[in-house]
Design a protein around this ligand. Structure first.
Ligand code: BGC
Length: 386
């Protein structure tokens, strides 16, 4: 499906209201009182300083709170989701995302914890592609390949932010201008990523982009989730609404084939513990699944259930693919929030996206955005317990 069609299929209603900015309090310290008296909303957007870059650029932290016990903290650095508190089946809140307590951690070493990834999420083989007869060379940062936007992708820049408030949701709208030539990409690309928390216990992410020259674009969100809050996530039960996947070579570049998952350890069409067959998958799961929906309309992509805490996360998206990454490169060397050491498979990523290396695979859904077109994409994470 081409980009214009994708835009048309994402209803205006999904975006309405999300972009209405409101003036919100900025303060440096004490959290607001959040006791809810009956019928009174505690939905809030709070803005605080979150340190700064070595060059002095200030970084902010936005805290979103809904009326149902969800709390998200997001920073202008990398448009990163720093934490996401979700109640368990007893109503006890717990942070289900991996990351750092302070900006410093993100600046030192981060495997894209919680970030918005771009200009192109996942890999482009050998960092090259041909578009309209011109060869482009990108910055390579993953062996000979280009990964997640290059050396300084959207996860490592400071975004502009403004709070968003509507009747049943609060959010933050992050904007970034990726200049022509950045990391080798053509065109000035205006990107907006709007996160919101709704009173239906959803974390919604709306992506928008426009360009002045044709360019590949593949935006995604890179949270590592652990619905139990710590330890490994091999006992989490995963369902993927996908019958096919795109196999990869040694460098994790798609071979171009689209294979059936049926009868293989890749099959999550029925709920299965992530750890149940992971040993049969060389290196662990790090694959793009081809969603049954085909993309273009909002449809269920994945469900993850954690039996001990009862937390369930369901992901819907307008994207045609989802990268399931089982935290294979976590190895116990990172100490994150609250002093937690992140072990192998300490978190999983479910990155809604177009397929990796699409610019070099004409058979994959197109990732090319052209002047005059508007990219819009929506992903919803819905939380409940059972
Ligand atoms: C990729 C992995 C990569 C990881 C980086 C994932 O999106 O699929 O191959 O190592 O990001 O943290």
């Amino acid at each position: 499906m081409n980009r214009t069609l994708t835009s048309l299929c994402l209803t205006a209603a999904a975006l309405t209201g999300l972009l209405a900015a409101v003036s919100c309090k900025k303060d440096a310290g004490t959290p607001p009182q959040q006791t809810q008296t009956k019928g009174q909303s505690i939905m809030d957007v709070k803005i605080e300083p979150f340190g700064g870059l070595p060059d002095g650029t200030a970084v902010e932290l936005y805290t979103l709170t809904n009326d149902k016990g969800l709390k998200a903290r997001l920073t202008t650095y990398g448009a990163i989701l720093v934490s996401l508190e979700v109640p368990d089946r007893n109503g006890t809140p717990g942070d289900i995302s991996l990351g750092y307590d302070s900006l410093d951690g993100y600046l030192k070493v981060s495997p894209y914890f919680g970030a918005i990834v771009g200009r192109y999420g996942n890999r482009i083989a050998k960092g090259r592609f041909i578009l309209d007869g011109i060869e482009y060379k990108l910055a390579n940062n993953n062996g000979v390949n280009h990964l997640h936007g290059g050396i300084k992708g959207f996860d490592k820049v400071v975004w502009t932010a403004e709070p968003v408030k509507e009747t049943d949701a609060v959010g933050v709208r992050f904007s970034y201008l990726s200049k022509d030539g950045e990391e080798g990409y053509p065109g000035n690309l205006k990107v907006v990523a709007t996160y919101s928390l709704t009173n239906d216990n959803e974390l919604r992410i709306v992506y928008e982009a426009e360009t002045d020259r044709a360019t590949p674009v593949n935006l995604t969100h890179h949270s590592y989730f652990n619905l139990a809050g710590q330890g490994d996530m091999l006992g989490h039960e995963l369902t993927l609404y996908a019958d096919k996947y795109t196999p990869v070579d040694e460098g994790l570049i798609p071979t171009g084939e689209v294979l059936d998952v049926k009868g293989t350890p890749m099959d999550f069409t029925a709920p299965a513990a992530i750890g149940s067959r992971i040993a049969q998958v060389k290196g662990g799961y790090d694959h793009n699944y081809v969603l049954r929906s085909g993309g273009g309309t909002l449809a269920l992509a994945a469900g993850v259930y954690e039996p001990v805490t009862g937390r369930l996360m369901e992901i819907s998206t307008t994207e045609p693919g989802i990268q399931f990454y089982s935290g294979n490169f976590l190895d116990g060397t990172i100490t994150g929030k609250g002093g937690h050491v992140y072990p192998l498979h300490g978190g999983f990523c479910l990155e809604t996206q177009h397929f990796p290396d699409s610019p070099n695979h004409p058979g994959f859904p197109s990732t090319i955005l052209r002047p005059g077109q508007k990219l819009t994409s929506l992903t919803v994470h819905k939380f409940s317990t059972k």
